[in-house]
Write a protein that binds this ligand. Structure first.
Ligand code: ADP
Ligand code: ZN
Ligand code: ZN
Length: 742
């Protein structure tokens, strides 16, 4: 393997060349600086052999660092060691069971597939606090965690006892559950919002844990905000028979001690169920038997920094590796997963399970989708007349509306009509957004913030005006437009005039403080809000009971985006938003979804009107097949950052030329290159961020294996290109395999 991890050294512990004193040579995986072409597996000395996977503290340069004993049978062990150069292992975290072979293999695969160094991947997958604790501190932690875990739990009751509080399954749920139980998977559970997918997860987990008193299940959700809801449901169901320690969460919103405790519980097997965001896919779970990926289409499963892994894809790999069933669930699956779940005789590898029906209250008709043709509305109007009327009527009935627009702030640009000045960011190729509340211009890319100038910086004109609309402005306009509407519940003797409409906004600006999102959502649930304005944040997952009207103010952008995945994301967002409406039995009937659009006849909206995901997916897949795009091809992006656009592009183009010329001469590589297309370097959509110029190059192949093979070889070429004179000033580069945004 000629990958980023390079050749590693390890010595046979029983080799005869080292002195007969009790000295063992230990191969240890450490985190070497990225791209530092240093072997990530280094050799240390210890007084006795250590088990593969043992956590150790070792000196590295002037520091001491965490490492994992990595006796890899496949690595080259011919290296000559100079005993004087080898340093001693500083400490052994022997209170922690060594990491298992499956976990090590997951790390190897991740590093290789996503083209990162093994040390980086493996050590980043461990809880941060593990890096700082000495063996003694670790010992204390572990004793505490074991004391907690050994508190009386009715473990035996699970096998014997009935499941508490579980509803009788619908026929669709029962079939899905039976299929999951009887087959190997992976499964794609394609179920409408409110079809009871979570109940299927709960009962699948129950079945597996009941069969095997040590089995573990991993359940992933895309966002931290969704974990409390899910955790509550799992705790309620499982605490009665597994005890309070059996369910743990793993996500980046936890403190380091919390994360370490949860990680240890999973690693030692006390935690039977781990709930978490994408990072949880790396949790050490030795008896993993089931992985659930809820909302599997969600882009948050793809990491956007460091190793850009897809937790969904790794879940499928990990399932195979550890013999665990994998259930991917969604109402609007990713086109990749949809394609994978085509019939087996057409090459499908996932089993598709269908749950089209909604349960109980939600079994009422789905909300009616109404398209408003904005070509027939006043130019520049944010709200069409019929939508505004509908919102007013909704408020007057005492029901809630949700209005979303994917742009926060007041206006995306400030503009001077006299000289043409616009609120550009001095550090990025982007405009700074006008935030009216604190009268600032803020760059959403680099964070650069300034007070709004009193007059145009270009010509001194006092009259600079906002262009375009953001959520702040929508909120302000709605308050004005609805000022005369009165809510019915206050039309009482005491308040004869009724109460004014309450408009609230939820977006990244209003939820910066910890806990503020929760508080704002609670206000919506409590009915303290009549109209909720927000970005896509409000469309996801929250179970609002009294919302009967959902409106997308200006969703057309995605139809014409240069990103071929934009329509897929829009469709899924609108379907999810529609799922927010009419969840309450008494109100469900008459719920509506409003789309303001200049393209009312667009097939995407037509499919949405019918709630026909399969029709939408099939038409998208046909387009993708014709254009040779994923899932019919496989892609990787190389991104380069430099002080100048020329250098960033020169680096990429140099690496491309070397690939086409030099690599073609490598033995056996001609066929690989034949199957791979390298495009020219181009500036990224936002070429400059924080004074750094960014360029990218797309690499594409119809064969995943060929692409993988190519990337592993190309890695050294990219490294070498860095030193070319034309590439002076290159800051960094990285490969993104299976990129989500191009
Ligand atoms: P999904 O995850 O598919 O959106 P949920 O699992 O959250 O759907 O189910 C939607 C609602 O229906 C929840 O309130 C849930 O408690 C309820 N529910 C699920 N299955 C059943 C069932 N078999 N009988 C009654 N209620 C159910
Ligand atoms: Zn001006
Ligand atoms: Zn900026």
């Amino acid at each position: 393997m000629q990958s980023v991890c390079g050749r590693t050294q390890a010595l046979d512990l029983h080799a005869t060349q080292h002195p007969p004193t009790m000295t063992a040579w230990i191969s240890v995986l450490v985190q070497t600086p990225a791209h530092a072409r240093m072997e990530p597996v280094l050799t240390y000395r210890h007084t006795q052999p250590l088990h593969n996977g043992t956590l150790v503290r070792v000196p590295l340069g002037k520091r001491e660092t965490l490492g994992v004993v990595w006796q890899d049978a496949s690595v080259d062990s011919s290296g000559e060691l100079d005993g004087d150069q080898v340093r001693d292992v500083a400490g052994v975290l022997d209170t922690v069971t060594p990491l298992g072979e499956a976990w090590q293999q997951l790390m190897r695969f991740t590093a290789q597939y996503y083209q990162r160094s093994l040390g980086e991947v493996a050590l980043a997958a461990l809880p941060p606090q593990l890096r700082d604790l000495s063996p003694v501190q670790m010992h204390r932690r572990k004793r505490k965690s074991e004391r907690d875990a050994s508190k009386p739990t009715a473990m035996a009751a699970l096998a014997a006892g009935p499941q508490g509080e579980a509803p009788d399954l619908t026929a669709e749920q029962a079939t899905a559950l039976a299929e999951i139980s009887a087959n190997e998977g992976p499964f794609l559970l394609f179920g409408a919002t409110g079809s009871g997918k979570t109940e299927v997860y709960l009962q699948s987990v129950y079945q597996l844990l009941a069969q095997d008193p040590q089995a573990q299940a991993l359940v992933m959700v895309p966002e931290i905000n969704l974990t409390p809801q899910l955790e509550a449901r799992f705790r309620e169901r499982f605490t009665p028979f597994l005890g309070p320690q059996a369910v743990v969460s793993l996500h980046s919103g936890m403190t380091n001690p919390q994360r370490l405790a949860a990680w240890l519980a999973a690693h030692q097997g006390h935690a039977r169920i781990v709930l978490g965001t994408r990072m949880a896919v790396f949790a050490s779970m030795p008896r993993l038997r089931l992985i659930v990926v809820d909302e599997e289409h969600d882009p948050s499963y793809k990491s956007s920094e460091g190793a850009r892994y897809s937790a969904r894809d790794l879940a499928v790999y990990r399932g195979r590796l550890q013999g665990a069933k994998v259930v991917l669930g969604s109402a609007t699956p990713s086109l990749e997963s949809w394609h994978q779940s085509r019939p087996r005789d057409e090459g499908g590898r996932y089993q598709r399970l269908l749950m089209p029906g909604r349960i109980g209250a939600q079994a009422l008709e789905l909300p009616l989708v109404r398209r408003v043709d904005m070509k027939h509305q006043a130019r520049g109007a944010v709200f069409s007349v019929p939508l505004l009327d509908a919102i007013r009527a909704c408020v007057a009935r005492g029901e809630q509306s949700m209005v979303f627009l994917n742009r926060r702030g007041y206006a995306p640009v400030l503009h001077c009509a006299d000289c043409g000045w616009k609120s550009e960011c001095g550090h990025c190729s982007a405009y700074r957004v006008f935030h009216k509340l604190d009268r600032t211009l803020r760059c959403h890319h680099c964070g650069f913030t300034e007070r709004v100038p009193r007059a145009c910086p270009g010509c001194g004109n006092l009259d600079i005006a906002p262009m375009g609309k953001g959520t702040e402005q929508i909120e302000e306009q709605l308050e004005a437009l609805l000022a005369d509407v009165r809510r019915p519940d206050s039309v009482s003797a005491e308040f004869p005039e009724g109460q004014a409409v309450r408009v609230a906004r939820i977006d990244a600006d209003t939820t910066r403080l910890k806990g503020s999102l929760q508080a704002q959502l609670a206000a919506v649930h409590a009915g303290d809000v009549d109209v909720l304005v927000g970005t896509q944040m409000i469309a996801k997952g929250h179970d609002f009971r009294r919302i009967t009207l959902v409106a997308a103010v200006n969703p057309d952008g995605a139809l014409f985006s240069s990103d071929f995945r934009a329509p897929e994301r829009l469709f899924s967002l609108l379907m999810q938003a529609a799922g927010r409406a009419g969840r309450d039995a008494a109100l469900g009937k008459g719920s509506e979804v409003w789309i303001q659009t200049f393209e009312p006849a667009h097939p995407l909206y037509a499919a949405l009107k019918q709630y026909d995901y399969p029709a939408f997916a099939d038409s998208q897949l046909r387009e993708r097949a014709q254009a040779g795009m994923p899932p019919y091809s496989h892609q990787a992006l190389v991104r380069a950052e430099a002080r100048s656009q020329e250098v960033a592009q020169a680096f990429l183009n140099a690496a491309r030329s070397s690939a086409l010329q030099d690599m073609a001469a490598w033995e056996g590589w001609a066929q690989v290159l034949e199957q791979v297309t390298l495009y020219s370097a181009v500036p990224m959509a936002i070429a400059r961020v924080a004074n750094v110029e960014r360029a990218q190059m797309l690499v594409e192949s119809p064969s995943r294996q060929a692409l993988q093979r190519f990337l592993s070889g190309w890695h050294s070429v990219l490294h070498a290109s860095r030193t070319l004179p034309a590439c002076k000033g290159l800051l960094r580069w990285a490969i993104d395999v299976d990129p989500l945004a191009i």
